[in-house]
Design a protein around this ligand. Sequence first.
Ligand SMILES: Cc1cc2nc3c(=O)[nH]c(=O)nc-3n(C[C@H](O)[C@H](O)[C@H](O)COP(=O)(O)O)c2cc1C
Length: 181
Amino acid sequence: MSQTLILLFHPDFSRSRANRALADAARARSDTEIVDVQALYPDGLIDIDCEVARLLKADSIVFQFPLQWYSTPPLLKAWQDAVLTRMFYIAAETEGAKLASKPLLVAVTAGNVQHAYAADGANLFPLRDLLRPLQATANRCGLAWAEPFLIYNAHKADDETLQAAGEHYANRLGRLGGQAS
Ligand SMILES: Cc1cc2nc3c(=O)[nH]c(=O)nc-3n(C[C@H](O)[C@H](O)[C@H](O)COP(=O)(O)O)c2cc1C
């Protein structure tokens, strides 16, 4: 069975509602492993060998996080600097090349509403455009960029809405196996 690895980067998961709803729904899938990266490395000291091994084992990779200042939480950036630099600069042939063509999905929750993310909206750019650095990273690493999974208005959404988002996410993960969609 194709295995999906979700790397969850939430600076304060104990207070999360949206990412928790997504994680709970994903956890119900037998083909999906969720790793709470912040909980593993509260001091920011990333075990690079362990992270590399996790990626090599996975068939599909998901970065799940709340949008913070139009960007990723700092630990995801630190994780990229540590893990991807090792895999794609230092050990490109023995490690990085082994990730070739694996799908990368980013699953992002944003506090603002969807229409704020537009040229004529408060945030000026579509959220997909703000995620382009991650798309460029996927391209650099030979990963297959999947259409991002986006939740807007995340901190105001009621429980039913978040539960529906979780179901939608779980279905999306089910379709991820093996290729970008
Ligand atoms: C430091 C910080 C920065 C944030 N920046 C943004 C932002 O740039 N755009 C946005 O739409 N929401 C922003 N938010 C709101 C979060 O994205 C939102 O609360 C989160 O996605 C809700 O998910 P959760 O329930 O899992 O925490 C920010 C929140 C924090 C704490």
